[in-house]
Unconditional design. Structure first.
Length: 274
Protein backbone atom coordinates (compact mmCIF):
# COMPACT_ATOMS: atom_id res chain seq x y z
CA UNK A 1 0.00 0.00 0.00
CA UNK A 2 3.01 2.28 -0.42
CA UNK A 3 3.35 5.25 -2.80
CA UNK A 4 -0.19 6.57 -2.50
CA UNK A 5 -0.75 10.13 -3.66
CA UNK A 6 -1.55 12.76 -1.04
CA UNK A 7 -5.23 12.60 -2.01
CA UNK A 8 -5.25 8.80 -1.75
CA UNK A 9 -3.50 8.94 1.63
CA UNK A 10 -6.05 11.47 2.89
CA UNK A 11 -8.94 9.31 1.69
CA UNK A 12 -7.42 6.20 3.29
CA UNK A 13 -6.88 7.84 6.67
CA UNK A 14 -10.21 9.63 6.63
CA UNK A 15 -12.06 6.43 5.73
CA UNK A 16 -10.41 4.36 8.44
CA UNK A 17 -11.22 6.88 11.17
CA UNK A 18 -14.73 7.43 9.87
CA UNK A 19 -15.40 3.69 10.19
CA UNK A 20 -13.74 3.64 13.62
CA UNK A 21 -15.64 6.67 14.91
CA UNK A 22 -18.53 4.81 16.52
CA UNK A 23 -16.16 3.10 18.98
CA UNK A 24 -13.19 5.51 18.96
CA UNK A 25 -12.32 6.30 22.60
CA UNK A 26 -15.47 4.40 23.62
CA UNK A 27 -14.23 0.88 24.46
CA UNK A 28 -13.19 1.42 28.07
CA UNK A 29 -9.44 1.66 27.36
CA UNK A 30 -7.91 4.76 28.94
CA UNK A 31 -5.50 6.30 26.44
CA UNK A 32 -6.86 9.32 24.59
CA UNK A 33 -7.92 11.02 27.84
CA UNK A 34 -4.42 11.12 29.37
CA UNK A 35 -2.92 12.20 26.03
CA UNK A 36 -5.46 15.04 25.79
CA UNK A 37 -4.79 16.18 29.35
CA UNK A 38 -1.07 16.33 28.58
CA UNK A 39 -1.73 18.42 25.47
CA UNK A 40 -4.09 20.92 27.10
CA UNK A 41 -1.78 21.09 30.10
CA UNK A 42 0.88 22.39 27.71
CA UNK A 43 -1.24 24.75 25.58
CA UNK A 44 -2.91 26.20 28.70
CA UNK A 45 -5.97 27.87 27.14
CA UNK A 46 -7.41 30.51 29.45
CA UNK A 47 -10.73 32.29 29.83
CA UNK A 48 -11.74 34.25 26.76
CA UNK A 49 -9.19 32.74 24.36
CA UNK A 50 -9.89 31.42 20.87
CA UNK A 51 -8.78 27.82 20.31
CA UNK A 52 -8.57 25.73 17.15
CA UNK A 53 -8.40 21.96 17.73
CA UNK A 54 -7.57 20.06 14.52
CA UNK A 55 -7.96 16.32 14.08
CA UNK A 56 -10.25 16.51 17.10
CA UNK A 57 -11.60 12.93 17.01
CA UNK A 58 -14.47 12.69 19.47
CA UNK A 59 -13.16 15.71 21.32
CA UNK A 60 -10.91 14.61 24.18
CA UNK A 61 -8.76 17.77 23.99
CA UNK A 62 -11.39 20.10 22.48
CA UNK A 63 -13.75 19.54 25.40
CA UNK A 64 -11.00 20.28 27.91
CA UNK A 65 -10.09 23.46 26.04
CA UNK A 66 -13.73 24.57 25.89
CA UNK A 67 -14.11 24.21 29.64
CA UNK A 68 -10.89 26.17 30.13
CA UNK A 69 -11.82 29.15 27.91
CA UNK A 70 -15.42 29.29 29.18
CA UNK A 71 -18.33 31.13 27.57
CA UNK A 72 -16.25 34.27 26.92
CA UNK A 73 -13.95 32.22 24.69
CA UNK A 74 -14.49 30.04 21.66
CA UNK A 75 -13.28 26.64 20.47
CA UNK A 76 -13.51 25.42 16.90
CA UNK A 77 -12.81 21.71 16.50
CA UNK A 78 -12.33 20.03 13.12
CA UNK A 79 -11.92 16.46 11.96
CA UNK A 80 -11.85 14.79 8.57
CA UNK A 81 -14.34 12.12 9.71
CA UNK A 82 -17.97 13.33 9.87
CA UNK A 83 -18.99 10.73 12.46
CA UNK A 84 -16.22 11.93 14.78
CA UNK A 85 -17.61 15.46 14.44
CA UNK A 86 -21.14 14.26 15.15
CA UNK A 87 -19.95 12.46 18.28
CA UNK A 88 -18.24 15.60 19.56
CA UNK A 89 -21.30 17.73 18.87
CA UNK A 90 -23.32 15.37 21.03
CA UNK A 91 -20.76 15.51 23.84
CA UNK A 92 -20.57 19.32 23.65
CA UNK A 93 -24.30 20.03 23.87
CA UNK A 94 -23.75 21.98 27.09
CA UNK A 95 -20.84 24.00 25.65
CA UNK A 96 -22.36 26.29 22.99
CA UNK A 97 -19.06 28.12 22.54
CA UNK A 98 -17.56 24.91 21.08
CA UNK A 99 -18.18 24.50 17.35
CA UNK A 100 -17.40 21.17 15.66
CA UNK A 101 -16.92 21.07 11.90
CA UNK A 102 -15.72 18.64 9.25
CA UNK A 103 -12.32 19.88 8.13
CA UNK A 104 -8.76 19.00 7.19
CA UNK A 105 -5.91 19.61 9.66
CA UNK A 106 -3.80 20.84 6.73
CA UNK A 107 -6.41 23.42 5.66
CA UNK A 108 -7.66 25.10 8.86
CA UNK A 109 -10.27 27.83 9.18
CA UNK A 110 -8.79 31.34 9.34
CA UNK A 111 -7.69 32.80 12.66
CA UNK A 112 -6.46 34.57 14.54
CA UNK A 113 -6.19 31.80 17.14
CA UNK A 114 -4.65 32.10 20.56
CA UNK A 115 -4.11 28.33 20.62
CA UNK A 116 -3.90 25.77 17.85
CA UNK A 117 -3.74 22.23 19.18
CA UNK A 118 -3.50 18.87 17.41
CA UNK A 119 -3.74 15.55 19.22
CA UNK A 120 -1.86 12.70 17.52
CA UNK A 121 -2.64 13.90 14.01
CA UNK A 122 0.15 15.97 12.41
CA UNK A 123 2.21 12.89 11.49
CA UNK A 124 -0.60 11.84 9.13
CA UNK A 125 -0.23 14.96 6.98
CA UNK A 126 1.57 14.50 3.64
CA UNK A 127 3.31 17.92 3.85
CA UNK A 128 4.13 18.83 7.44
CA UNK A 129 6.03 21.99 6.48
CA UNK A 130 3.10 23.45 4.55
CA UNK A 131 0.76 22.69 7.47
CA UNK A 132 3.12 24.37 9.95
CA UNK A 133 3.26 27.47 7.74
CA UNK A 134 -0.51 27.80 7.55
CA UNK A 135 -0.98 27.22 11.28
CA UNK A 136 1.73 29.74 12.17
CA UNK A 137 0.04 32.29 9.92
CA UNK A 138 -3.24 31.73 11.78
CA UNK A 139 -1.86 32.41 15.25
CA UNK A 140 -2.40 35.66 17.13
CA UNK A 141 0.73 37.62 18.17
CA UNK A 142 0.79 35.76 21.51
CA UNK A 143 -0.47 32.49 20.06
CA UNK A 144 1.00 29.01 20.46
CA UNK A 145 0.84 25.72 18.62
CA UNK A 146 0.72 22.53 20.69
CA UNK A 147 0.60 18.98 19.43
CA UNK A 148 1.19 15.41 20.54
CA UNK A 149 3.10 12.64 18.82
CA UNK A 150 4.68 9.33 19.76
CA UNK A 151 7.99 8.60 21.44
CA UNK A 152 9.30 5.27 22.68
CA UNK A 153 6.91 2.37 23.14
CA UNK A 154 6.75 -0.92 25.00
CA UNK A 155 7.81 -3.66 22.56
CA UNK A 156 6.39 -6.50 24.66
CA UNK A 157 3.39 -6.74 22.31
CA UNK A 158 5.52 -6.93 19.17
CA UNK A 159 4.75 -10.63 18.80
CA UNK A 160 1.01 -10.01 18.55
CA UNK A 161 1.19 -6.92 16.36
CA UNK A 162 3.84 -8.56 14.22
CA UNK A 163 1.75 -11.70 13.74
CA UNK A 164 -1.21 -9.66 12.50
CA UNK A 165 0.84 -7.45 10.16
CA UNK A 166 3.17 -10.14 8.81
CA UNK A 167 0.20 -12.34 7.90
CA UNK A 168 -0.64 -9.83 5.17
CA UNK A 169 1.09 -9.95 1.78
CA UNK A 170 3.85 -7.36 1.79
CA UNK A 171 2.15 -5.15 -0.80
CA UNK A 172 -0.98 -5.02 1.40
CA UNK A 173 0.76 -3.87 4.57
CA UNK A 174 -0.25 -0.31 5.41
CA UNK A 175 2.33 2.27 6.58
CA UNK A 176 1.49 1.92 10.28
CA UNK A 177 4.88 3.23 11.50
CA UNK A 178 4.43 6.71 9.97
CA UNK A 179 3.98 8.23 13.46
CA UNK A 180 7.65 7.58 14.32
CA UNK A 181 9.36 8.17 10.97
CA UNK A 182 10.65 11.08 8.91
CA UNK A 183 10.27 14.41 10.69
CA UNK A 184 8.86 12.53 13.70
CA UNK A 185 11.89 10.28 14.11
CA UNK A 186 13.36 12.34 16.97
CA UNK A 187 12.76 15.41 19.11
CA UNK A 188 15.81 17.13 17.62
CA UNK A 189 14.64 16.60 14.07
CA UNK A 190 11.08 17.76 14.66
CA UNK A 191 12.12 20.83 16.62
CA UNK A 192 14.53 21.74 13.81
CA UNK A 193 11.65 21.53 11.31
CA UNK A 194 9.56 23.82 13.50
CA UNK A 195 12.35 26.39 13.62
CA UNK A 196 12.77 26.19 9.84
CA UNK A 197 9.10 27.14 9.56
CA UNK A 198 9.18 30.20 11.76
CA UNK A 199 8.71 28.87 15.29
CA UNK A 200 11.43 30.39 17.43
CA UNK A 201 10.46 29.09 20.86
CA UNK A 202 10.00 25.33 20.90
CA UNK A 203 9.92 22.85 23.79
CA UNK A 204 8.99 19.17 24.03
CA UNK A 205 8.12 17.09 27.06
CA UNK A 206 7.25 13.40 27.39
CA UNK A 207 4.42 11.68 29.23
CA UNK A 208 4.35 7.92 29.70
CA UNK A 209 0.86 6.47 29.31
CA UNK A 210 0.13 2.95 30.49
CA UNK A 211 -2.77 1.17 28.83
CA UNK A 212 -4.43 -1.68 30.69
CA UNK A 213 -6.97 -4.04 29.13
CA UNK A 214 -9.68 -5.62 31.29
CA UNK A 215 -9.62 -8.89 29.30
CA UNK A 216 -8.13 -10.50 26.19
CA UNK A 217 -11.17 -9.64 24.05
CA UNK A 218 -10.65 -5.98 24.84
CA UNK A 219 -7.52 -6.00 22.65
CA UNK A 220 -9.68 -6.69 19.60
CA UNK A 221 -12.14 -3.98 20.62
CA UNK A 222 -9.26 -1.54 21.08
CA UNK A 223 -7.48 -2.16 17.78
CA UNK A 224 -10.75 -2.02 15.83
CA UNK A 225 -11.47 1.37 17.43
CA UNK A 226 -8.31 3.22 16.28
CA UNK A 227 -5.71 3.44 13.52
CA UNK A 228 -4.58 -0.21 13.63
CA UNK A 229 -8.04 -0.95 12.25
CA UNK A 230 -6.56 -0.48 8.76
CA UNK A 231 -4.61 -3.74 9.21
CA UNK A 232 -7.68 -5.69 10.31
CA UNK A 233 -9.68 -4.28 7.41
CA UNK A 234 -7.01 -5.49 5.00
CA UNK A 235 -7.38 -9.00 6.44
CA UNK A 236 -11.15 -8.70 6.19
CA UNK A 237 -10.90 -7.70 2.53
CA UNK A 238 -8.55 -10.62 1.77
CA UNK A 239 -10.62 -13.17 3.69
CA UNK A 240 -7.80 -13.89 6.18
CA UNK A 241 -9.22 -12.25 9.30
CA UNK A 242 -10.54 -15.44 10.89
CA UNK A 243 -7.25 -17.23 10.32
CA UNK A 244 -5.25 -14.46 11.97
CA UNK A 245 -7.72 -14.34 14.87
CA UNK A 246 -7.12 -18.05 15.44
CA UNK A 247 -3.38 -17.39 15.54
CA UNK A 248 -3.55 -14.44 17.91
CA UNK A 249 -6.30 -15.47 20.32
CA UNK A 250 -4.23 -18.10 22.19
CA UNK A 251 -1.45 -15.52 22.59
CA UNK A 252 -3.92 -13.07 24.11
CA UNK A 253 -5.35 -15.71 26.43
CA UNK A 254 -1.83 -16.61 27.61
CA UNK A 255 -1.27 -12.96 28.46
CA UNK A 256 -4.53 -12.83 30.38
CA UNK A 257 -3.59 -15.89 32.44
CA UNK A 258 -0.19 -14.38 33.17
CA UNK A 259 -1.58 -10.94 34.03
CA UNK A 260 0.21 -9.21 31.15
CA UNK A 261 -2.62 -7.22 29.56
CA UNK A 262 -0.96 -3.82 29.74
CA UNK A 263 1.60 -1.83 27.80
CA UNK A 264 3.03 1.68 27.76
CA UNK A 265 3.85 4.33 25.23
CA UNK A 266 5.52 7.71 25.55
CA UNK A 267 3.47 10.60 24.18
CA UNK A 268 5.49 13.69 23.36
CA UNK A 269 3.94 17.14 23.71
CA UNK A 270 5.56 19.89 21.68
CA UNK A 271 4.70 23.54 22.28
CA UNK A 272 5.85 26.07 19.69
CA UNK A 273 5.52 29.84 19.42
CA UNK A 274 6.41 32.03 16.42
Amino acid sequence: MAHESAAEQKALIGGVFERAAATYDQVGVEFFGPAARALVGATRPTAGERVLDVGCGRGASALLAARAVGPTGAVTATDIAPTMVAGLRSEAADLPWLTAEVGDAADPPPGPWDVVQAGLVLFFLPDLGAALDVHRAGLSPSGRLGFTWFGAADDSWADIHGTVVQALPEKERPPITVAREGDFASVERLEAVLREHGFGRVATEEHRITVTLPAAQAWWDWVWSQGFRVVLEAHERLGTLEAVREQVQPMLEDRQREGRLSWWTDVRVTLARP
